[in-house]
Design a protein around this ligand. Sequence first.
Ligand code: FAD
Length: 413
Amino acid sequence: MMLGFLLARAGVEVVVLEKHADFLRDFRGDTVHPSTLEVMHELGLLEEFLKLPHQEVRRLGGQIGEDFLQLADFSHLPTVCKFIALVPQWDFLDFLADKARRYPTFNLIMQAEVVDVIDDGGRIIGVAAKTPDGDLEVHADLTIGADGRGSIVRDRAGLEAQNFGAPMDVMWFRLSRKASDGEQTLGRICAGKMMVMLNRGDYWQCGYLIRKGEFENIKARGLEQFHRDVVSVAPFLKDRTNELADWEPIKLLTVRIDRLRNWYRPGLLCIGDAAHAMSPIGGVGINLAIQDAVATANILAERLYRNTASLADLEHVQLRRDFPTRMTQALQVFLQNNVISRVLDNPEFRLPWPMKLFNRWPFLRRIPARLVGVGFRAEHVRTANMLERKRARPPDKVYFSDVVIDILFLFFR
Ligand SMILES: Cc1cc2nc3c(=O)[nH]c(=O)nc-3n(C[C@H](O)[C@H](O)[C@H](O)COP(=O)(O)OP(=O)(O)OC[C@H]3O[C@@H](n4cnc5c(N)ncnc54)[C@H](O)[C@@H]3O)c2cc1C
């Protein structure tokens, strides 16, 4: 949606196909990070965006057994917003779609499920989709696969992925929130169990981590035992676990981390989870997908407008986004193997002593804040705005960290 918006804003004819009738899915994550808020600011949409109902997370912490860990503090970031905005993703997508509709070259077709790519002698020239009104073919100079971690586009195009595995899945459900619960969005670890709780105003969005493949065993042990498990990790929820009266409101979210070797083929480019499925660790997947969209628009918009985009331009997108993706996934794999697996395997898990330094020295909390809030390479909007007759522009801010990343990239690519 973000790429569709940016391309239409730059005058490129765009068709976005969405398989569902609306964006009202509960399991996409809600974390709009400072880097994405910066993009909204650069687009002149921030003020209006922040009028949507949202919560602002300025610090991240975790309860680990008896210890409380203050892990990240966003207040020092070099961004306009020094917080994560928790906005339901359906609101975010509706907002972007609404803004995109102002541009005459933007088209959004809901309930259009892509079922195949159209291959013309090795070049992808569009997609085939199913709609309630029958089959639809959309032909395009460039097809973008942005259909998430189960991407049919990358599958049908035969793009090969490297799978990094994940030891856990997530049980996703909500429980009501009381004022006395406190506000802080946090992770909780206790007695071999781990749960993340997102403050969504009048309810907690809970993500309860389980070992991969464990869901059926948990169901077999019964709902009452599951209530007890939840209470053991967050005792203050004892008076409301009965809101989960059956398994229906509890969704199993399958976690995976993978990455395409090549994100592109002639006529096709994959971005977001379709190019690199992200784990929920750090809640960075949405923001990485947005950064991909901004970089893609920066590199391709003008060329698509002039019909001069080449395979080398698609390669340029991958080169630009490969490094931040690799680094973020490497961190996620490290954390899932060294923290999450250990927590799930070991009821005696205690806060490792180096982590206690975060409580003692507040400046250390700037490091996770930077990694989570901005990531490894921040993208800035440089595309044209046809409606306001603003031309594409070079970046007006050069961040020191971006220069360092570019230098590292030259060495490690
Ligand atoms: C359990 C879990 C929790 C997570 N929590 C967070 C979080 O809190 N914060 C965060 O930043 N990240 C989170 N992530 C990661 C995040 O969800 C993804 O990285 C992010 O959504 C990727 O965005 P995307 O646009 O590439 O794909 P998606 O958000 O998956 O969007 C793909 C879109 O394509 C549509 N689509 C799919 N197939 C088709 C088709 N065949 N035809 C037409 N349309 C199609 C889908 O309906 C969807 O609208 C979480 C991941 C998991 C597994």
